[in-house]
Design a protein around this ligand. Structure first.
Ligand code: A2P
Length: 271
């Protein structure tokens, strides 16, 4: 669309797409330029989007924005996102077609509960994720503060099928080879992927593995409790609810930016 026949319409708060990688028919990641003035804490989310279809009568286009966790760390020069593709989804039906050089709307204000400020220090930090809920942990895994604050870091990622785990596998590999955090990650980072539909080495929901103790048995951990452990949770609503109950049963208390404690859940995440 153009404002007149000569001038291409400029998106408000526009950033340029620098990278796109498709994993499956329903999963992809992309990177955009980062405004020089933008500050955020690793683990936070922002609003991003595109212009909606022109209004049939006025021809006007409104911004179509959704909350997306930033999947790159606060020190990175570009901003990465990890997304589902929904054919009839108002935003992702369009977003899945973006290409390098396209423009995207970014609202710079970042917020969220999956931040180090919301947790007190302890021995071990758990990142529990399902599906694209792994995105904020992609930011936090490459954040040096994660390894400064904790002696051990465990990423669990549960998806239906093996192909859905690819983003997380590449993330863990990249983190272990990262110039900033690679040495510490190789030493401290444990990765626990599971599938629930397709057959794989580790099958089942992470909630089941927590409740039946197989998670701890497989990782050789005997002391999961509120003294040793802190947790961040990001995934479906069902996961959030179940994890809250399970973590509270283990004696962990929910924290927030204002009142840091033992675990946090990203309530704004939908996916
Ligand atoms: P399941 O296949 O048993 O439903 P989705 O693709 O629906 O977003 O789910 C992503 C992953 O999260 C799936 O492996 C799914 O398992 C799992 N999952 C969904 N709900 C829960 C829950 N309440 N607790 C733990 N895992 C869940």
């Amino acid at each position: 669309m153009t404002t007149d026949s000569m001038t291409p319409m400029i998106l408000p708060d526009a950033q340029t797409v620098t990278e796109v990688q498709h994993y499956t028919d329903s999963l992809f990641r992309f990177c955009i330029t980062r405004p020089a003035s933008m500050r955020f804490r690793s683990g936070e989310f922002v609003m991003i989007g595109l212009l909606d279809d022109p209004h049939p009568e006025t021809g006007k286009q409104k911004p179509l924005l959704r909350a997306y966790s930033i999947a790159s760390p606060a020190w990175d020069e570009t901003l990465q996102f990890y997304s589902i593709k929904v054919d009839n989804g108002p935003l992702t039906s369009k977003l899945q077609h973006i290409k390098v050089g396209d423009q995207l709307i970014l609202k710079q204000k970042s917020v969220g509960t999956l931040v180090h400020d919301a947790l007190t220090r302890a021995n071990r930090l758990w990142f529990f994720s399902t599906g694209t809920g792994v995105a904020p942990f992609s930011s936090l895994l490459r954040e040096p503060e994660t390894y400064e604050r904790f002696n051990q870091v465990v990423l669990t990622h549960t998806c239906r099928d093996l192909a859905d785990l690819k983003f997380g596998e590449e993330l863990v590999e990249a983190t272990r080879n990262d110039i900033l955090v690679g040495d510490e990650a190789r030493d401290k980072l444990l990765y626990y992927p599971t599938t629930t539909r397709e057959t794989s080495a580790r099958m089942g929901r992470i909630t089941t593995a927590l409740e039946d103790g197989s998670l701890f048995k497989n990782l050789n951990i005997t002391d999961f409790n509120a003294t040793n452990d802190r947790a961040m949770v990001c995934g479906s609503m069902g996961l959030n609810t179940d994890m809250k109950r399970i973590l509270e049963n283990y004696g962990l208390c929910e924290g927030s930016n204002a009142d840091p404690a033992d675990y946090v859940v990203e309530k704004a995440f939908v996916g």
